[in-house]
Design a protein. Structure first.
Length: 205
């Protein structure tokens, strides 16, 4: 068993049909996590501890739920994995050997041979580049999250990497894909989050 909490968030009703597949991927892990947490706005049919919160006054729900779940994590590592993404069976095998604050992993696009592996970058490059080269579903030591949690912005993962680099986080690089990523044309891949306003917001960190 690996000293990690896997975290996801589900809100509204558009993503309910991904829940079973997400848990199937967790069941297929070669090494199991100590804890699984779901942040949600109402109870879901899911076999894990659920952190239920009202989101009426929440601007960006993903970072809100990720931070709420991270508060409850009782492990060395936390690993955010969107409900429509899937951890690969070997995802946790090498995690406990890492001595970094943030372990950047790559992804494979679901159903395709397309693979993306983040480049090995120094901290100055991470926070000075006007683009995000890193993947959202990358594990973070909880002790680092306590210093630097997810900002309340649309491109919260990019803001997190920039903020962490400025604060001196130690980044590690897996050099391989450890999850399957679903290209969702209702998310930033199609441009809704890639507006100039949201980019400028992330670049403030």
């Amino acid at each position: 068993m690996v000293d990690v909490t896997i975290i996801t968030a589900v809100y509204g009703d558009d993503y309910n049909h991904f829940i079973d597949g997400w848990f199937e991927a967790i069941e297929n892990l070669e090494m199991k996590p100590k804890q699984i947490l779901m942040g949600t706005d109402k109870h879901r049919n899911a076999n894990c501890k659920q952190i239920i919160r009202n989101t009426n006054n929440v601007k960006w729900r993903s970072p809100f739920f990720w931070n709420e779940c991270a508060k409850k994590a009782k492990t060395k590592w936390i690993w955010i994995c969107d409900i429509d993404d899937r951890l690969k069976p070997n995802a946790l095998n090498d995690l406990e050997q890492q001595d970094c604050d943030i372990w950047q992993v790559g992804y494979q696009v679901q159903g395709l041979s397309e693979i993306y592996v983040p480049p090995n970058m120094n901290n100055e490059s991470i926070y000075s580049e006007p683009y995000c080269y890193f993947c959202c579903a990358s594990p973070i030591q909880k002790s680092w999250w306590e210093k630097c949690n997810y900002p309340d912005v649309a491109l919260t993962d990019w803001a997190m990497w920039r903020k962490s680099a400025r604060l001196g986080a130690k980044f590690g690089f897996a050099g391989k894909p450890l999850y399957d990523y679903r290209k969702d044309f209702a998310n930033s891949m199609s441009g809704w989050a890639e507006t100039d306003t949201n980019k400028k917001e992330a670049l403030q960190f």
